[in-house]
Write a protein of this length. Structure first.
Length: 303
């Protein structure tokens, strides 16, 4: 009997120790999302989101940090089922069911439609006088195919439209780890898809590194807000809440200037002043009012 009690005590201590050890680990999940998260090649680890992750890791030395990669579909599945974190996430009601979000860490200028310059006349009938394009009109009134990376979100009513048409032949889902490169090559070949959605910074990075040809143009989308708040997120449980509390203390309600500088290296130069304005107003509003400002496009934006 004495031996049995000792055995039970040893097993109990083992499980308690394992639980504590697991609490001390953070698995950081990344998509191949240059110039934000760069996973391969000579520029691996040099993306602006890679910088933010390193910044957070250094300020949480009490944790053991490990890296994991996959497309956003896989990342979201892992965050829902196991303990983990990701530094570059868009907040949606669906994701909030299983992700504990930090306070905002940055604003990204919003994603848009990426098409071949040579095909611009084909898309003009879906555009406003102010130069915005409606993906709702594309999906309803044409046979064009839009390429989307599995699990990716863009904000606004665009996400609902994508969900509505997923399963039809108008939304083509991309399952590879990279978010955009293969989709843009598919657009370039003019075979599987006619256009895709992505950030101008992604397009410029791929062109600058010779991954794709300089044959594309970026068109802002009517159904996507003018900017996108970006968050860190962890699994929605007691462990995740504890980690997010630490991240919020590190962020301290402010925009990290070095993170912003690294982000702005890969947006069009003429957009930097606009981004600075959005970021200043956004974080000042949070600081003064404790509220996330409205980022919907106004009539003035659409002119």
């Amino acid at each position: 009997m004495r031996h049995l009690n000792i055995f039970i005590l040893i097993i109990t201590c083992f499980f308690i120790q394992s639980a504590y050890a697991e609490d001390d680990n953070i698995y950081w999940y990344h998509a191949d999302f240059p110039p934000g998260s760069i996973l391969t090649g000579v520029y691996a680890g040099q993306g602006h989101s890679n910088y933010l992750e390193r910044y957070l890791k250094k300020r949480m030395p009490e944790y053991n940090h490990s890296d994991r990669s996959g497309n956003y579909g896989r990342i979201l599945k892992q965050l829902a089922e196991t303990n983990g974190c990701c530094v570059t996430l868009i907040k949606t009601p669906e994701r909030e069911k299983f992700i504990e979000y930090s306070n905002p860490v940055m604003l990204f200028l919003s994603a848009g439609l990426l098409i071949l310059k040579s095909r611009l006349p084909e898309f003009e009938r879906f555009m406003t006088d102010g130069g915005f394009i409606s993906i709702e009109k594309i999906l309803k009134n044409s046979n064009m195919k839009i390429g989307i990376s599995k699990g990716r979100r863009y904000g606004g009513s665009a996400d609902k439209l994508i969900d509505q048409y997923t399963g039809s032949n108008k939304i083509i889902i991309h399952y590879k780890r990279d978010l955009l490169e293969h989709l843009m090559k598919s657009v370039q070949s003019q075979k599987a898809v006619d256009c895709t959605l992505g950030f101008a910074s992604e397009m410029l990075w791929l062109v600058s590194k010779g991954k794709i040809e300089d044959k594309f143009t970026f068109i802002p989308v009517l159904e996507i807000p003018k900017y996108t708040p970006i968050y860190a997120g962890c699994s929605k449980n007691e462990w995740g809440k504890k980690v997010i509390k630490k991240i919020n203390a590190i962020i301290d309600g402010k925009c990290n200037e070095e993170y912003k500088r690294r982000y702005q290296k890969f947006i069009p130069k003429e957009e930097i002043a606009r981004h600075d304005e959005y970021v200043t107003q956004f974080f000042e509003n949070i600081s003064q009012n404790g509220q996330i400002p409205n980022n919907k496009r106004t009539d003035l934006d659409l002119r």
